[in-house]
Design a protein around this ligand. Structure first.
Ligand SMILES: Cc1cc2nc3c(=O)[nH]c(=O)nc-3n(C[C@H](O)[C@H](O)[C@H](O)COP(=O)(O)OP(=O)(O)OC[C@H]3O[C@@H](n4cnc5c(N)ncnc54)[C@H](O)[C@@H]3O)c2cc1C
Ligand code: FES
Length: 278
């Protein structure tokens, strides 16, 4: 059998074949991709890849699958502009270039043995799903798991089957809220921050992972600190505009920090002064 080659290079462009696609909401399309020639993307949850479409350009996209799923990886793309519109026309059997995995993700070794609080706002569920499913696949390595999800409306929820399966698990506490309900919605209505005060967590044992739109961070972090979680136990992920993805062009720079190569996942204590200046 051919030996799989583990890929860690940031610069090389590998060919990826789209194994399947499906729309998972009105604006978001899911892609299952395998690299050609038996190559395997060796990534950690929270990392991203540059997807290259020849003649069109490239864009940073978070890996949403768990590294415990070997042989393929998954992406979810919201159509917002030129690149993502072309990406949405691609289907099973089409090819894309893949550069990566890039950046730093969540440090799995540091999280082992701790309680975990996940806070995903909007598309923040895309990178967090990678870590959540890794934790589900290795459940005995972690303490209590608490997942808080928020989005604008119920039809913005992604991966609804998976959300339901997490909600049903006895070893997971799951809550979800929407900013605006529709007539069928039976859950919470309100901002994601409204769910943090009521969470039953032990602050000294808990690592919090918050990913969402920039506006969410300030209030989520205030609430986490009010719950007693130390700043060096809070992880955030920053999706700044990026070009090179490897620390050369400066597009993603906040002060002395390059989000592409130093992040996108940061400990809040390490990036606090930089983001307060934004
Ligand atoms: C590390 C990282 C991970 C990402 N992961 C995902 C993902 O998993 N799924 C996904 O759909 N998108 C993700 N994005 C955003 C994605 O890269 C952009 O939406 C894409 O590059 C837009 O390209 P475009 O040509 O279609 O649109 P453009 O014409 O370039 O932009 C359209 C609109 O989107 C805004 N936009 C573009 N890039 C960003 C950005 N980085 N942050 C905020 N707004 C932006 C522009 O300001 C503009 O208003 C990620 C970005 C980063 C930096
Ligand atoms: S995207 Fe070029 S330095 Fe980060």
């Amino acid at each position: 059998m051919e030996r799989a080659v583990l890929l860690k290079s940031s610069y090389l462009n590998f060919e990826g074949r789209i194994l399947s696609t499906r729309m998972i909401s009105r604006e978001e399309k899911y892609y299952k991709i395998a690299l050609n020639d038996g190559k395997i993307l060796d990534y950690e949850p929270g990392q991203f890849v540059m997807v290259v479409i020849p003649g069109v350009g490239e864009a940073p996209l978070s890996i949403t699958s768990s590294p415990s799923q070997v042989g393929y990886f998954e992406l979810v793309v919201r159509k917002v502009g030129m690149f993502t519109s072309v990406m949405h026309t691609l289907e099973e059997g089409d090819f894309v270039g893949i550069r990566g995995p890039l950046g730093h993700g969540f440090p799995l070794k540091m999280l082992v043995g701790s309680d975990l609080l996940f806070i995903a706002g909007g598309l923040g569920i895309i990178p967090l799903r990678s870590l959540i499913n890794y934790v589900m696949d290795n459940r005995r390595d972690f303490g209590k798991v608490n997942i808080i999800l928020g989005c604008k409306t119920p039809d913005n929820l992604l991966f609804t089957d998976e959300l339901e399966s997490w909600q049903k698990r006895a070893d997971v506490t799951f809550s979800c809220t929407v900013d605006r309900a529709d007539p069928d919605w039976k859950g919470n209505v309100g901002l994601i921050t409204s769910l943090i005060p009521g969470t039953d967590i032990s602050s000294e044992r808990t690592y919090a992972m918050a990913v969402g739109p920039p506006i969410m961070y300030k209030y989520v972090i205030q609430n986490l600190i009010k719950k007693g979680i130390p700043e060096n136990q809070i992880f955030v992920s920053f999706e700044r505009h990026m070009k090179c993805g490897v620390g050369h062009c400066g597009h993603c720079q906040i002060g002395s920090i390059y989000c592409c190569k130093d992040g996108p996942v940061f400990l809040y204590s390490a990036i606090k002064n930089n983001i307060e200046a934004l």
